[in-house]
Design a protein around this ligand. Sequence first.
Ligand SMILES: NC(=O)c1ccc[n+]([C@@H]2O[C@H](COP(=O)([O-])OP(=O)(O)OC[C@H]3O[C@@H](n4cnc5c(N)ncnc54)[C@H](O)[C@@H]3O)[C@@H](O)[C@H]2O)c1
Length: 380
Amino acid sequence: MTRSIGVVMNGVTGRMGYRQHLIRSVLAIREQGGVPLASGERVILEPYLVGRSEDRLERIAREHGISRWTTELDRALAADDTSIYFDAQVTSAREEAILRAMEAGLDIYTEKPLAESAAGARRLADAARRLGRKTGVVHDKLYLPGLLKLRRVIDSGFLGRVLSVRGEFGYWVFEGDWQPAQRPSWNYRAEDGGGITVDMYPHWSYVLENLLGPVRSVYALAITHIPQRWDEGGKPYEATADDAAYGILELGGGIVAQINSSWCTRVNRGELVEFHVDGTLGSAVAGLHHCRTQPRVNTPAAVWNPDLADPNDYRSMWEEVPGGDFGNAFKAQWEAFIRHVCGEEDHPYDFAVGVRGLELAEAALLSSREGRRVELKQVP
Ligand SMILES: NC(=O)c1ccc[n+]([C@@H]2O[C@H](COP(=O)([O-])OP(=O)(O)OC[C@H]3O[C@@H](n4cnc5c(N)ncnc54)[C@H](O)[C@@H]3O)[C@@H](O)[C@H]2O)c1
């Protein structure tokens, strides 16, 4: 048996909305014959595209055999069969659109951050509670093979008592003058909702909270290293948003996390993000795809002697955690959210978690402005 759910998809002309959510998630789910439920039923998703440009929507719809698209959000929300609203618009447009969708009776799945500010995110969480809507915020990093393997390592007890984690995220984003930038220009304008802290700290919040423990405090330095960039049309503009953030976070259980986030660093790592976790019984280094471990018993005896070349090849002393096919991280969370909407399972990554992500981002920015450590509310 199959049943279909109409999904209003707003922002599908954008980078994330098109590639990850429309192509690799919703259409991929359609191609595989829907989301299988425990009941034996399969849920087919019927996208209804919403955006600002008729031409671009029409082209996407035609290319992918999608019958419905519109530039009027309310029209899609009012369609008989649409019961989920998905938002991948620029962050600044999100709060109002989600509120309208909730008032129209739809459940909500959205890109992060949930809103432009923690206050905006709290307004949405309150409205969802009041209206009884189911909610989900993208938590893709937790569905990445590297972090799924890290979770396995942590759950097995291999690390013993976890002491610390060092996270390195980033790569060089071209300024846009001699090579086009790999990210949209609004990311570098604070007035348009840009900034690496607001972009990445919501991720760090749920990654740390789910793998190691809730964040208790943050000390961060958010900075704009590159003050001028060139936009999509080749015009120079002032980059008013932070493009790097250097943070120290204390987690529950006394774990210390240091996380560097930067769009101004040249990669000398295995992957674009890596977390190095040290514990009393072992250590692990996890990235997007890989996770390597070193147990206590295999820890080399490192001896500090600057006069001699070190004979240890430290990198070769780690062992790869094997892993199967975990599938696309975004698609995996779409499927989990659909099962949640169908009443089959809990979806813990809801608006409340989205609120905490923005609270952490704002605490980091406050810490940076005032040059002090900022404590966070305890997670219930
Ligand atoms: N989960 C992740 O790892 C991840 C990664 C990157 C971005 N994101 C989030 O996804 C969202 C979209 O980011 P993106 O990189 O795809 O951006 P993008 O600029 O490529 O796309 C933005 C989309 O919003 C639409 N839009 C609506 N109102 C707009 C306005 N006033 N100005 C400009 N565009 C407007 C555009 O038409 C487009 O469809 C953001 O909220 C961002 O934080 C998440």
